[in-house]
Design a protein around this ligand. Structure first.
Ligand code: FES
Length: 171
């Protein structure tokens, strides 16, 4: 009798184990989904991703030639000076899933190593899956010196001329 019961117990234990495993996996998936949904909702509620500004000085404007792209490691951002002299500070975070983009000097574009999105120098999407342009950091020019807010990132849906900052107003 006891010999016949043992396989049933084993089967029952296996079923219990598998049930618990599935429940555990289901809970993990649920938590991941809820975390992702929450992050999406929070990031989509405003233009600013961070709220407490922290400006760092990066030097005189003349240190950055028109057409240059400079990595500012402290802020995980790129400081771009476009050919017309306008400055733009762009987050390194890809707008797809947040991998760090890198400037490709040869091709003159930003490339994401994760899923191959590319962006032009102003942060405009050249190749999906990135859904929108690179985020922008506020910057100010005072007495010829550049400072960038490394904590604040502004989401952009499009590229506009007013996003550029000039040492001397154009016009
Ligand atoms: S994280 Fe950059 S393309 Fe996916």
């Amino acid at each position: 009798m006891s010999i016949e019961k043992q396989p049933q117990n084993q089967t029952s234990n296996r079923r219990t184990f598998l049930s618990r495993l599935w429940i555990g996996l289901g809970l993990v998936a649920l938590v991941q989904f809820l975390g992702g949904a929450l992050a999406f909702l929070v990031s989509g509620t405003g233009k600013k991703v961070a709220s407490k500004p922290l400006f760092i000085e990066v030097g005189p404007v003349d240190n950055f030639a028109p057409g240059s792209v400079t990595l500012i490691r402290q802020g995980e951002l790129y400081l771009n000076r476009l050919e017309d002299g306008g400055f733009l500070a762009l987050s390194r975070k890809c707008t797809h899933l947040g991998c760090a983009i890198a400037w490709d000097e040869e091709q003159k574009l930003f490339a994401c190593p994760c899923h191959a999105s590319t962006f032009d120098k102003s942060g405009r999407v050249l190749k999906a899956p990135a859904p929108r342009p690179l985020d922008q950091h506020p910057l100010v020019i005072e007495n010829g010196n550049l400072s960038i807010d490394i904590e604040t990132r502004r989401r952009r849906q499009s590229i506009k001329p007013e996003q550029l900052t000039y040492a001397v107003k154009k016009g």
